[in-house]
Write a protein that binds this ligand. Structure first.
Ligand code: F6R
Length: 234
C-alpha cells in the first residue's frame, strides 16, 4: 500500500486529483466514485479542472434504499450536486435506491459493473473500517447487495439529516469483491475519528472485522491521509 500523508483535506483533494488525472491520461475510462465528506475536495478539483469527462463513465459505490434520485439526502443527489451537474460524464451509474426489489436492483448493478470495469476506484472509509456500505463481517468476495447499516454508521450519517429517525437503515452497496476488481484504488481519510480504521486497514490483520483490510490484498492501493488520520499508524 502506498501511503501519502498530507497537511489537510484540501491538499488531499489535490493529491487525489493528480492521481485521477494521470490515470485518465493513461487511458482510464471508468471511475468508481464515493459520496460522503472525504471526496468533496477531490470533486472540487475535478470540477475546477479543464478535464473533459464527457466520454467517461462513472460507477458509484452505494445508495440508500427507499430514496428517489431527486431526494436531497440521496447519493444520486449528492453526486449531481458536487460533480455531475458541473462535469457531466457520458454515463453515470448509482444503484437504484428507489427500486424496492433488492434482487433486481442488485443484479442490474452487477451487470453495470461487469460491463464497465473500473479503472480507478475512489473510496472513503467508515470509523468501523467500512468501505462502500460493507460493514464489518461483509464477505471479501461479495457482489452488490442490500445491506443493513450499523448503529455507528447511522449515527455518523445523522449529521446529513434533520432527524436521526430519517436516516435510512438499508443501502444497496457494491460488494468488496467488486471493489477489489478495480485496477487502482485511492482511499481518502481525514480526521482523528478515522485513525483507528486507518491503522487497522494498514497494519492490522486481514480480517472481515475491518472490511478495508481486504485492500492489503490489492496490488495498487494509495491511501491519502491527513496527520490526524495517520496518527495511529506504526
Ligand atoms: C459513501 C461510502 C462510505 C463513505 C464512508 C466515509 O459512498 O461508500 O463508505 O466513504 O462512510 O464517509 P465520510 O467521507 O463522510 O467520512
Amino acid at each position: 500500500m502506498n501511503i501519502i500523508k498530507v497537511k489537510d483535506q484540501q491538499m488531499g483533494g489535490k493529491e487525489a486529483f493528480n492521481l485521477v488525472k494521470a490515470d485518465i491520461e493513461n487511458g482510464a475510462k471508468v471511475l468508481g466514485l464515493a459520496t460522503g465528506s472525504s471526496p468533496i475536495t477531490l470533486y472540487n478539483e475535478m470540477t475546477n479542472s479543464d478535464i473533459d469527462f464527457s466520454n467517461m463513465t462513472s460507477v458509484n459505490l452505494d445508495e440508500y434504499v427507499g430514496l428517489e434520485a431527486d431526494n436531497e439526502q440521496s447519493y444520486h443527489y449528492f453526486m449531481n450536486e458536487h460533480l455531475f451537474s458541473k462535469k457531466p460524464f457520458k454515463n453515470s451509474y448509482v444503484p437504484d435506491g428507489s427500486n424496492p426489489d433488492a434482487e433486481a436492483a442488485t443484479k442490474a448493478y452487477d451487470k453495470i459493473i461487469e460491463d464497465n470495469p473500473i479503472d480507478l476506484q475512489i473510496l472513503g472509509i467508515g470509523r468501523n473500517g467500512h468501505i462502500g456500505f460493507n460493514e464489518p463481517g461483509s464477505p471479501f468476495d461479495g457482489k452488490t447487495r442490500k445491506v443493513g447499516l450499523t448503529e455507528s454508521t447511522i449515527e455518523a450519517n445523522t449529521r446529513f439529516f434533520d432527524d436521526e429517525k430519517d436516516v435510512p437503515r438499508f443501502a444497496y452497496s457494491m460488494g468488496i469483491g467488486s471493489i477489489m476488481k478495480a485496477k487502482k484504488i485511492v482511499l481518502l481519510a481525514y480526521g482523528e475519528n478515522k485513525a483507528d480504521a486507518i491503522a487497522a486497514t494498514v497494519d492490522g490483520p486481514v480480517t472481515e472485522d475491518c472490511p478495508a483490510s481486504a485492500l492489503q490484498n490489492h496490488p495498487d492501493v494509495t491511501i491519502i491521509v491527513d496527520e490526524a488520520a495517520a496518527s495511529k499508524l506504526k
